[in-house]
Design a protein around this ligand. Sequence first.
Ligand code: CA
Length: 359
Amino acid sequence: MKITDVKSYNLRYPLIEPFANARGWTKTRTAVVVEIRTDAGITGWGEGISVPSTSAIETYLIGHSPFETERIWEALRGNIGASSGVDIALWDIMGKALDMPIYQLLGGAFRLKIPAYASGLFKKEKQDITQALMDEAKGYVDAGFPAVKMKIGFGDAYDVKNVAAVRRAIGDNTLFAVDANCGYDVGTAIDVGQQLADYGLFWYEEPITTDDVAGYREIRHALKVRVAGGEMLQGRWAFRDLLQQRGVDIVQPDVSIAGGFTECRKIAAMASANYVRVLPHMWGSSIRLAATLHWQATLPDAPQALKPIPSLLEFDMTENGLRTELAKQPIHAVDGYVNVPQAPGLGIDINRDVLEKYA
Ligand code: CA
């Protein structure tokens, strides 16, 4: 089988209601989708964050076998944002060619139903943001989610008031993570973390920029909470120091940013060797969500235990047609769990009308 055609789509979905994290307002959701066709009539889909160059496509993809994932990854490694999408599409093709879901090709699933955390609770232009956050959080608990994640990083007054309110709304039995999106420096991150110590947080995500491994170590040693990060890192080299120096308790590679399945397996192996937990980041279209489900299914519990710390899927609760409309089979959370797709490859079919609508 040979690759015959590679096409990229820049998708754009304008939000009805903008929202903010610590770094700025989001008014549009985007996705870079890649479609790879073969002479066997099999088409694969991937999602990255940048478009592969014409010369890379002509030199390293057209005419080559879609099974040469390692070789193609190395050829494209100068643009990991693009190689991520290409790699996911190649695995989609391999799965379809072998009539197997990707999680089987990756070595088999440890779980086919993944417990999810509701990832939302952004800042919005609401008159009473605290009440709005409490209502939103309560809705997630009522829908059966075992965990929620809220955006912080807006200053200690906002963070403490609203974390306290959301904890009251969700009760003591729901796991609760917070995410500062790199909005703080080390001193502020520690100060805010200390003020949040009474609210039983499960993890404190991206308190500072992920480049600052020494800063992460200071925060980890100053606070009792687990520290998480790494969603924007690309390639195994970017993760190396963070893992070897134990900058985080939880590392969060994103399959569409860090390098696709081929690279994320290596990052997961490096995390395992350094006893750092992997909980993938997920913030994208149906393609990235399906890819994340397949990869996360194959991550073993670490440590293995009678009652392991759950491998929680990041389930984006915000409005995004690229996630809810692009696949013909929408991926839902039911009672706080999301099923791993069972059809060959990624296990989803792309709706071309939706693709054209948002392209
Ligand atoms: Ca995040």
